[in-house]
Design a protein around this ligand. Structure first.
Ligand code: GAF
Length: 381
């Protein structure tokens, strides 16, 4: 793994000694279930083979130093801090240290060198990969008693409270709890998981990921606005979260909401939860090709009801479908980022060419495409 040797080399160059170990955590693709996580609903991600690697070694108690191959800047050193004190990329590791300490753990001092192959700003969870690699390393290094199923919430807390991004638990769960060859069916309320076999190659299928390379715009404000709208709708409907609106009760629920925008936000969440459940049922039954229409319906719902897509991802989805994909959708938080398409494995080149041709006819930055397989979750290498 080149990224592992990069992290180790950065550690040696920065700290003049060998790291105690290397810890890797992946980015993710969410197969289906978008913006459902903070509505206590269902998601179905799988981990990418692309990882962030933390090369980590001990430091005196109460001292942490982080450096990254992604920046030319000096390493960042900090002691115990409060939320927001360390900013920029170093805020993520500082947030993990804070969240662990705040939960009562005796976090070991550490020197950390980071290297990553998860594309940043592409909706593939590069921040969760960073958080999860550092968290896994500190837990192992300090022998902390923090079971794997409790780690995503702690990493999410670092992101919500320390960094100040109001995200759900999808990305950290994927990075920490996914397994190779499986998709992770997660109930974001109970945090129960089911590892769903997801070996597409065995069925002659593949997931093509297309990075739209569209510039991410207004992400933070728009994400927060969607979340607020969902929470406000749940309050008006008198339910703890939109997960509690059953599909059969959707028409009644919508009739109780005056605001058309809010109605459409609710319709996306309620129908999306059902699409996750339907996708899981089909995968369990080995009827993988049949999930295609659910993927495409998810995209249409994100485009028209949740309004989180941009022209580049809509064009990529349409081009992939025209090229014969079983289904296609944007994956991740939206406003740019990546599209996934379920295709016959032997149609990867043709689908890629079709998307590139559609982009070439417009003034879009060319896309980047690759076949994604389900890799393992965070681990010591
Ligand atoms: C982003 C967030 F970080 C996740 O919590 C999730 O809400 C996702 O957008 C949308 O499904 O990745």
């Amino acid at each position: 793994m080149t990224v592992a040797s990069d992290a180790a080399a950065a550690f040696r160059a920065q700290f003049g000694t060998e790291p105690a170990g290397l810890w890797a955590a992946p980015g993710r693709v969410n197969l289906i279930g978008e913006h459902t996580d903070y509505n206590d609903g269902f998601v179905l991600p799988f981990a990418l083979p692309q990882c962030t690697v933390a090369a980590v070694g001990p430091a005196p108690a109460g001292e942490w130093t982080v450096c990254s191959t992604a920046t030319d800047g000096d390493p960042v050193s900090f002691g115990p801090t409060e939320p927001g004190e360390v900013t920029g990329w170093a805020g993520y590791p500082a947030g993990i240290v804070w969240a662990l300490r705040d939960a009562g753990f005796d976090v070991p001092g550490a020197r950390i060198a980071l290297a990553s192959e998860v594309p940043v700003g592409s909706g593939l969870s590069s921040s969760a990969a960073l958080e999860s690699s550092v968290l896994t390393a500190l837990v192992d290094l300090g022998g902390l008693d923090l079971p794997v199923d409790r780690r995503p919430a702690l990493a999410q807390r670092a992101e919500n409270v320390y960094v100040g991004a109001p995200t759900g638990i999808l990305d950290q769960s994927a990075s920490i709890r996914c397994q190779a060859g499986r998709a992770l069916f997660l109930d974001c309320r109970s945090l129960e998981v089911e590892q769903i076999p997801f070996d597409l190659a065995a069925e002659g299928l593949a997931i093509l990921v297309v990075n739209s390379n569209a510039p991410h715009q207004h992400v933070d404000g728009e994400y927060g606005a969607r979340r607020k709208s969902c929470e406000e709708a749940a309050r008006i409907l008198g339910v703890p979260a939109l997960r509690d609106v059953p599909l059969e009760g959707l028409a009644d629920a919508l009739a109780k909401l005056d605001d058309d925008v809010m109605r459409r936000r609710v319709r996306h969440i309620v129908t999306e939860d059902q699409r996750v459940l339907d996708t899981v049922a089909l995968l369990r039954a080995g009827r993988t090709r049949e999930i295609g229409p659910l993927l495409t319906a998810s995209h249409v719902s994100m485009r028209d009801d949740f309004e989180i897509t941009v022209a580049q991802v809509d064009v990529a989805v349409e081009a992939a479908l025209e090229a014969g994909a079983y289904g296609a959708r944007m994956t991740g938080g939206g406003f740019g980022g990546c599209v996934l398409a379920l295709i016959d494995a032997d149609r990867a080149a043709g689908t890629t060419a079709a998307v590139e041709a559609a982009y070439a006819g417009r003034s879009f930055t060319p896309p980047t495409s690759w076949i994604a397989t389900a890799g393992p979750g965070a681990t010591k290498l």
